[in-house]
Design a protein around this ligand. Structure first.
Ligand SMILES: [Zn+2]
Length: 312
C-alpha cells in the first residue's frame, strides 16, 4: 500500500533538488491525493470500448528530494525512473512502488555524502549531497573520563537487553510513518538536546542520543508518527528503564525511554497521535522525562529536525 505523490509535488521536488540551498530551507510537504486524470476528447467521437489510458508518467532522470540537509537530518523524495537499487553512503535506501524514499544523515556525518541509484539497464545516477555541520553543545570538563563500573551481573543483563534492542530495530513492518510530518510526542521543558557531549580532558565521552522532554511522572505521551510497536520492555532495562520502540518503516524507528507505563503491546499498529504510555524515571534517569531517540539504519538523528515549533 502506498500513497502516490501528485505530479505537482514531484515537479516541485525536482526543482528543489536542483538548488541545494533551497532544498534545506524548504519545509517538507505532506503528500496529497493525486487528482484523477481528466480524459478530454471531441464530443463527436464515439465512446471508446475501454477506459482511456492515462498518459505515461514523465521520465525522471535524477533524484528529487527535500528535507533537512544537515548532521542528524533527513531527506524524502523520489528515486530516478527505472531505479533497481539505491544507496546513500553505502547504506541501502529502500523505496516504495511509487519511487518515494526516505534517507537520513548521522550526527557525525561528514560534509558530503553520495546518493547513488543503479538503474534497470545497469546505468547509474548519482548525486553528491552537501551536509551542513552542526554546532553541537560541547561541555569541556577537567576530569578524566571514567566509564561506569560494571559488574559481571550488569554485563550479563546488558547483553540480553542489547540483543532485544538490535532484534527490534531489525524488524521490517511495512509501516508508513516515514511519509508523515512528525508531531511532538509530549511538550514541556527541553532538558536535554540530541548530540550534546562532554569532553573529558580532551577525550570526548558518549554524546546524548535523543531529545529529553521533562514532565512529571504520569504525564501521557503519544506517537509522533504512524508505526508498529517492535519492543515493549515492561521489566525495566538497566539503562533505558521501561523502553518502547516503534518502527516507522523504511529503516526509521523511534525509542522512548524511562516510561512509567506503556499501554501498547508488541506487534500493535499505532497511529500518529495515539496514546502510548506515561513519562517516568525508570532505568538510569535523574528525574522524570521522556527521552526520545530516532534512528535510520545505523544513523542517529535529531528529533528536533523532524518537528515544527512546540505547540502551546
Ligand atoms: Zn536523554
Amino acid at each position: 500500500m502506498s500513497l502516490r505523490l501528485p505530479q505537482t509535488a514531484a515537479a516541485s521536488l525536482a526543482i528543489l533538488a536542483l538548488c541545494g540551498s533551497c532544498a534545506s530551507a524548504e519545509k517538507p510537504q505532506q503528500p496529497r491525493e493525486a487528482a484523477e486524470p481528466i480524459a478530454v476528447r471531441p464530443a463527436a467521437t464515439p465512446a471508446p470500448a475501454s477506459a482511456p489510458i492515462p498518459p505515461p508518467a514523465p521520465e525522471r532522470p535524477f533524484f528529487a528530494y527535500q528535507g533537512e540537509l544537515e548532521q542528524g537530518g533527513w531527506i524524502r523524495g523520489l528515486v530516478p525512473s527505472n531505479t533497481r537499487t539505491a544507496l546513500l553512503g553505502g547504506q541501502e535506501v529502500e523505496f516504495a512502488e511509487d519511487g518515494s524514499f526516505f534517507a537520513a544523515f548521522d550526527r557525525d556525518q561528514g560534509p558530503q555524502i553520495e546518493l547513488v541509484a543503479t538503474l534497470d539497464d545497469g546505468g547509474t545516477v548519482s548525486r553528491t549531497l552537501t551536509i551542513a555541520p552542526r554546532d553541537w553543545d560541547l561541555e569541556y570538563v577537567n576530569v578524566p573520563y571514567r566509564a561506569g563500573r560494571s559488574s559481571a551481573e550488569f554485563r550479563r543483563l546488558r547483553e540480553g537487553e542489547i540483543a532485544q534492542i538490535v532484534a527490534a530495530r531489525a524488524q521490517e513492518t511495512g509501516a508508513e510513518g516515514w511519509r508523515q510530518d512528525f508531531i511532538w510526542p509530549a511538550t514541556g521543558r527541553i532538558s536535554g538536546r540530541f548530540g550534546s557531549q562532554r569532553v573529558y580532558q580532551g577525550k570526548p565521552g558518549p554524546y546524548h542520543s535523543g531529545l529529553d522532554i521533562a514532565q512529571p511522572t504520569g504525564t501521557p505521551y503519544k506517537a509522533p508518527a504512524d508505526g508498529v510497536v517492535t519492543l515493549v520492555a515492561q521489566d525495566p532495562f538497566t539503562l533505558e528503564g521501561k523502553l518502547l520502540m516503534i518502527d516507522h518503516g523504511m529503516g526509521l524507528n523511534s525509542a522512548f525511554l524511562h516510561s512509567a507505563t506503556i499501554v501498547v503491546r508488541e506487534g500493535q499498529r499505532v497511529r500518529q497521535g495515539q496514546y502510548l504510555g506515561t513519562i517516568g524515571a525508570t532505568g538510569r534517569a535523574t528525574g522524570p522525562h521522556l527521552h526520545w531517540s530516532l534512528k535510520w539504519r545505523d544513523s542517529r538523528l535529531d528529533p528536533l529536525l523532524f518537528l515544527g515549533p512546540m505547540p502551546d
